[in-house]
Design a protein around this ligand. Structure first.
Ligand code: NAP
Length: 338
């Protein structure tokens, strides 16, 4: 087993502005022989997430940056292929935060590592709709926005991993749901397949006219995923007492060294009739993860919550999948099959 060769993708340069494949390097190293209490995991699935982009900068405002030469961090699902730990047996499926690599050695202290239940659903749901994106939708909506039936909810990046869950949860809560997405194809999907009431193509439609048509009673909840130009237009339609959970600022992630992920909260707080708005990290509700995951899992299993994935094959293609994700060239949750 000690001859096993690992492949990993490390940060070779802090990107300035748009990410390129030259910012990453595919490396190899040897997998160490297992010590007592350790287990060896072969990663099968890798989650590709926009929030990785600010972490590639030299400094980040909300979590530690990834250093040069370090493996790119990210959530993974893998299978135990060898073990000297009685709690983790060969064949077990493992969720972890092991990053963009093929193999890793864990022990009982490995960060955020858990055995996954066996289920008929694809294990990739634990990286998407039942994982961080699903939880971000669940907590942002239930803990900050607190939707009331009859209210109008607008969500940006509507067809993405977080946005598609937000809209469906909003419909379950009795809201009128309006999505904002970057193509007619994505807009059709969220209306026809996910049940949103309407969707606006922000790259094509006049946002003033489209928002005024889609939200005749104004906007009570704006679930912020993108920041930038979209927020400027949405702000004009916010009702008194509106709530704006700030989940992300993806339109600005590629803009340079000092991107402030929470910037939209400064913009919304500065409005004359400022809504209740707050930047959140899903980890704030760590103690409630089991509740959220249980609820999301059941909803997916019963067919009440739908999701879509883009699967890219090959660890070596993770950088390109990440670059495409930031430009919206994927559809739904972006995953890499290692
Ligand atoms: P995603 O929505 O699947 O992908 C990002 C989407 O952003 C793209 O598909 C693209 O969609 C849209 N986009 C890119 N540039 C844009 C621009 N200039 N203007 C408007 N939209 C643009 O990604 P996700 O994983 O679901 O994440 C969504 C947001 O949630 C991100 O901001 C992420 O950082 C955040 N997030 C936060 C937490 C937390 O704890 N706070 C946890 C998870 C995720 P279009 O094709 O529609 O343009």
């Amino acid at each position: 087993m000690n001859q096993l060769k690992n492949e990993l993708i490390v940060l070779s340069r802090h990107p300035d502005g748009e990410v390129t494949t030259e910012d990453f390097q595919l490396q190899e190293n040897r997998v160490e022989e297992l010590k007592e209490g350790e287990f060896l995991v072969e990663n099968r699935w890798l989650s590709i997430d926009p929030y990785t982009r600010p972490r590639l900068n030299r400094n980040t405002s909300f979590v530690d940056p990834i250093k040069l030469g370090e493996v790119i961090q990210g959530e993974t699902v893998g299978e135990v292929i060898s073990s000297k730990n009685s709690d983790f047996k060969s064949g077990d499926l493992i969720f972890s935060f092991s990053g963009w690599q093929k193999y890793w050695v864990g022990n009982e202290k490995s960060f955020a590592t858990s055995r996954l239940p066996s289920t008929e659903l694809s294990p990739t749901v634990f990286l998407g709709i039942v994982g961080t994106p699903g939880r971000a939708a669940y907590f942002g909506l239930n803990k900050i926005a607190k939707p009331v039936p009859g209210e109008t909810l607008v969500v940006s990046a509507a067809s993405g991993a977080v946005g598609s869950a937000v809209g469906q949860l909003g419909k379950m809560a009795g809201c009128r749901v309006v999505g904002i997405a970057g193509s007619d194809h994505k807009c059709r999907y969220v209306v026809e397949e996910l049940g949103f009431d309407q969707c606006i193509n922000y790259k094509k439609d006049d946002l003033n006219i489209a928002l005024s048509d889609a939200c005749p009673n104004g906007i009570d909840i704006y679930f912020e995923n993108v920041g930038g130009r979209v927020s400027l237009f949405v702000a004009k339609f916010l009702n008194e007492g509106a709530r704006v959970p700030i989940c992300g600022n993806v339109s600005n992630y590629n803009k340079g060294y000092d991107v402030d992920v929470s910037a939209p909260s400064k913009f919304f707080s500065s409005l004359p009739n400022a809504p209740l708005c707050r930047f959140f990290l899903v980890t704030e509700w760590y103690k409630d993860y089991a509740e959220a995951e249980g609820w999301l899992f059941n909803a997916v299993q019963q067919g009440d919550l739908k999701y879509r994935e883009t699967i890219t094959y090959g660890l070596e293609n993770a950088p390109q999948a990440f670059i495409d994700l930031l430009k919206g060239e994927h559809f739904g949750k972006q995953i890499v099959r290692v």
